[in-house]
Design a protein around this ligand. Structure first.
Ligand SMILES: CC(C)(COP(=O)(O)OP(=O)(O)OC[C@H]1O[C@@H](n2cnc3c(N)ncnc32)[C@H](O)[C@@H]1OP(=O)(O)O)[C@@H](O)C(=O)NCCC(=O)NCCS
Length: 197
């Protein structure tokens, strides 16, 4: 079992097999598949994906829990499916440099959007990645029609680095400088509570 990270509005928990049915249900929505550039999977394929993600050393994946929706006390190791609203991932998928971290965020539950959960989840993932993985540049790939996500990453300081005509998507990057590293460590990592077993 990996760690859980607790922020002000969200708790990021490891993606567990108990989360798969709801995750699979979300990914039946054509709009979400399009926004995230995903292919539809069967339930069995989704279980296989959850297992492979949890074992992949080049991927960190968390389910986003909305703290307001947690029933009772939060317990690390419990899936708390009642409060799952999305996911946040980071892949070290650059074959030439494993310290590039590509971040993806999805707040799948419409009622949980626009409340600052997506932004907080991305910042927490970045703080985790700077502190524990040593990432030196963050990257995000976002479809040109996904204005909400483009604005979210621009707000965090990401800048457009290229546009793919073939995929109709922007690649944005944010280098980790001394000042944004200090900010992530002092204002974000220090405020996050890490739960581990
Ligand atoms: C895009 C998404 C991740 C944003 O998460 P969220 O929790 O709703 O966003 P937040 O409330 O944290 O907002 C953070 C910033 O994002 C931007 N933003 C969020 N929703 C927006 C919207 N509907 N329109 C325009 N900008 C928006 C704003 O700049 C906002 O900052 P502000 O509140 O200071 O104005 C979420 O809505 C989502 O997952 N949508 C569907 C799937 C998707 O598009 N995934 C992205 C694939 S990479």
């Amino acid at each position: 079992m990996g760690v859980s990270l607790e922020g002000e509005k969200v708790i990021l928990v490891p993606y567990m097999k108990e989360h798969v049915p709801k995750y699979h249900q979300w990914m039946q929505d054509p709009a979400l598949l399009f926004a995230t550039g995903s292919e539809p999977l069967t339930l069995d394929q989704e279980y296989d994906m959850q297992l492979s993600w949890s074992q992949d050393p080049l991927k960190h994946t968390f389910i986003v829990l909305d703290k307001q929706m947690i029933m009772g006390e939060f317990v690390h190791g419990q899936p708390h499916t009642e409060a799952m609203v999305g996911d946040v991932n980071m892949y070290m998928n650059d074959p030439e440099d494993p310290l590039f971290g590509e971040i993806e965020i999805m707040i799948a539950e419409p009622k949980s959007r626009g409340k600052g959960l997506g932004k907080e989840a991305v910042v927490m993932m970045m703080a985790f990645a700077v502190e524990n993985v040593g990432i030196h540049t963050f990257r995000a790939k976002i479809g040109e029609s996904n204005q909400a996500s483009i604005l979210l990453f621009h707000k965090l300081g990401f800048q457009d680095s290229s546009f793919s005509e073939a995929f109709k998507e922007w690649t944005m990057e944010l280098p980790v400088t001394k000042s944004n590293r200090d900010y992530l460590l002092q204002h974000c990592a220090d405020k996050m509570v890490t739960h581990s077993s």
